[in-house]
Design a protein around this ligand. Structure first.
Ligand SMILES: [Zn+2]
Ligand SMILES: [Zn+2]
Length: 233
């Protein structure tokens, strides 16, 4: 579809309504987690990906763009990614989408949140279970779900053509931890080979922490991808 990225950092950034998709990154919480708001300028429908904290700030950004958000979709259930889901559901009246294998992390949310200094974290109700191969429409934008376990058992990446929201699967120069409960190194390697190395080189990766990058840059510089090969299934 040839969508052009539009990463708006300032309220005054222009929006090209003919060709753009709105991609707003909000870095939240002491763990510097990236929450993304993705919007279709044609219909002004939007989705929130991984609202980890600061529900009020995320809701204000949605209002600033004039978007209607009825879906909150998470890559995985770690506290730094789901901390604001319950509050944001209340503010927006949106449905929450998560892979069912993330249940273990959701249930541990209150105790883990306290360890990270996040008080009163509420466990959000999952309204729609994600599955590999799902397509979720955001206005006229299609978001494809790819199951990428390894960092957590139900981790998924969310693909809008050449824009991939990859949670904690891969970062600029690194990959997600596999030493936390439910993590597994051979499994994350298989997910990287299936979901990242099969993408076109120009694909932009929007990780759950740190700056955006591209498949080409990571193939060249990410030490964790050395020796890995694209795998189709
Ligand atoms: Zn994580
Ligand atoms: Zn994270």
């Amino acid at each position: 579809m040839g969508l052009k990225p539009l990463v708006c950092q300032l309220p005054s950034d222009p929006v090209d309504f003919e060709t753009a998709m709105i991609i707003e990154k909000l870095t939240v919480s002491p763990l510097l987690e990236n929450c993304y708001i993705v919007g279709d300028p044609g219909t002004m429908q939007g989705v929130v990906i991984d609202p980890g904290d600061e529900a009020g700030r995320i809701a204000a950004a949605i209002r600033r763009f004039g978007l209607t958000v009825t879906k909150i979709v998470n890559t995985h259930g770690h506290v730094d990614h789901v901390g604001a889901v319950a509050d944001l559901k209340d503010l927006l009246g949106a449905a929450f989408y998560l892979h069912p294998a993330e249940k273990m992390h959701l249930e541990r949310l209150p105790e883990v949140a306290v360890m990270f200094g996040i008080q009163d974290a509420r466990v959000p109700v999952v309204d729609v279970e994600l599955a590999d191969g799902d397509t979720i429409m955001v206005g006229e934008l299609a978001m494809h779900v790819v199951h990428t376990p390894g960092h957590t058992p139900g981790h998924c990446v969310l693909v809008f053509d050449e824009h991939v929201f990859c949670g904690d699967l891969i970062f600029a120069g690194s990959i997600g931890r596999t030493d936390l409960p439910g993590g597994d190194y051979p499994t994350i390697v298989a997910s990287l080979e299936k979901a990242i190395l099969t993408l076109p080189e120009a694909t932009i990766l929007y990780p759950g922490h740190g700056p955006a990058t591209t498949v080409a840059i990571e193939k060249q510089f990410n030490p964790f991808l050395r020796g890995l090969r694209p795998r189709q299934s």
